[in-house]
Design a protein around this ligand. Structure first.
Ligand SMILES: [Zn+2]
Length: 383
């Protein structure tokens, strides 16, 4: 009789390599532990790569907000609300309700959140992750995800729903393991990311979250061993987490320039990077001058973007990128109004940005960077 094997892939948002070593977790369950190179950007950049094996310039995902012709912007109605002060518009209850309204009325199935984008800027912007990237057709570049491969394999497979919390996803996975039918499983967890954004990566609360994560994985492994002859576990992340030690008010300094948003330029202020599109030479010169003399970060060169595989031929994510030094955060940005003690999205070459690959097996397909994870999940389907 054929050996009964469970291939369990555990995605842990923000399980950085520095953190794995610092907290010394999961050495028993996954003795093979190594650094996995991350990508420039956020989960929005990294997760499509994990799911497809494609680089950002191929799958087309990088960040949520991009420049848009105001005639075609899904947020064009927001021009009537441009008088609402950012402080009030930033109120999370209003944001959440509006986000739900847009999501529903526009038929978005992906993760949609207005964050703290000022209402007055929304009419010049569009949102990229309109479709659920975990479902067929969700990837902008058209690549199939690993779940389409798993489906074709004819094996019993399962993927947890990212909309449900970690507790529900662990419970669901346990119930499936107890049945002993599932062969390929993808568990989605985001608890570490949430704890570290809230309390910082080196806080007692983060340490507790790491120990809890370890304990949950250990209990899944123990349960799986009762129901399967062989249990193959791989735990991986999209990026790490950096402690935020300084805030930057560069956005305010930029908006104080004698330039008009939408007329002279468009900018998107992600938490650790700013992206610009220019309509006038004056705007290009003034913003370039501001960025050159600001010492909290640096303009990202085209060569660097190409090296990071984040060079988009149509410049849809910006004509100019400015990236903060690790540990500095834009406050306010379009993603956060106030200080946050933990953040990711810095240079992928910084040590705290690195992701992790933890496994209890040696794969024929070595994992050195996010693009490599797909091949291991694909091989599991052919096993
Ligand atoms: Zn995060």
């Amino acid at each position: 009789m054929k050996k009964k094997t469970l291939h369990l892939f555990i995605f842990a948002d923000a399980l950085g390599w520095e953190l794995v070593q610092h907290y010394g977790i999961l050495k028993k369950v996954t003795p093979q532990q190594k650094k996995c190179e991350t990508l420039f950007g956020y989960s929005a950049t990294c997760d499509p790569t994990i799911l497809t094996g494609a680089s950002p310039r191929e799958h087309g995902h990088f960040s949520f907000f991009v420049k848009c012709d105001p005639k075609r912007s899904p947020f064009k109605l927001m021009r009537f609300f441009k008088w609402i002060p950012d402080r009030i518009g930033g109120y999370h209850k209003i944001r959440n309700r509006l986000s739900r309204y847009f999501s529903k009325s526009k038929g978005y199935t992906g993760y949609f959140q207005l964050y703290s984008v000022p209402f007055r800027f929304l009419p010049w912007l569009d949102y990229t992750e309109k479709q659920d990237i975990y479902e067929p057709g969700g990837i902008i570049g058209g690549q199939p995800t690993i779940f389409e491969t798993w489906k074709q394999s004819g094996k019993v497979w399962h993927r947890s729903n990212w909309r449900n919390g970690d507790a529900a996803n662990y419970a669901e996975m346990k119930a499936l393991i107890r049945k002993g039918e599932v062969e390929l499983a993808y568990l989605f967890t985001a608890g570490l990311d949430a704890a570290m954004h809230r309390y910082g990566p080196w806080s007692p609360q983060a340490k507790a979250a790491f120990l809890e994560f370890e304990q949950k994985v250990e209990s899944l492994e123990a349960l799986a061993k009762e129901h399967y002859d062989e249990v193959r576990i791989a735990i991986f992340s999209d990026h790490g987490m950096t402690e935020v030690t300084q805030n930057s008010d560069l956005r305010r300094r930029c908006e104080a320039l004698p330039l008009k948003y939408g007329v002279d330029y468009i900018a998107v202020w992600d938490s650790t990077m700013a992206r610009f599109w220019f309509s006038t030479d004056v705007a290009r010169e003034q913003i370039n001058a501001l960025l050159q003399q600001a010492n909290e970060g640096a303009i990202v060169s085209d060569e660097q973007l190409a090296d990071w595989r984040c060079d988009f031929a149509d410049q849809r994510y910006g004509e100019l990128f400015y990236l903060l030094k690790p540990g500095i955060l834009f406050v306010p940005s379009f993603l956060n109004m106030s200080h946050v003690p933990g953040m990711h999205g810095y240079s992928p070459d910084d040590k705290d940005s690195a992701a992790s690959w933890l496994a209890n097996f040696e794969s024929k397909h070595p994992v050195n960077r996010l693009e490599d994870i797909y091949a291991v999940m694909q091989a599991a389907a052919l096993d």
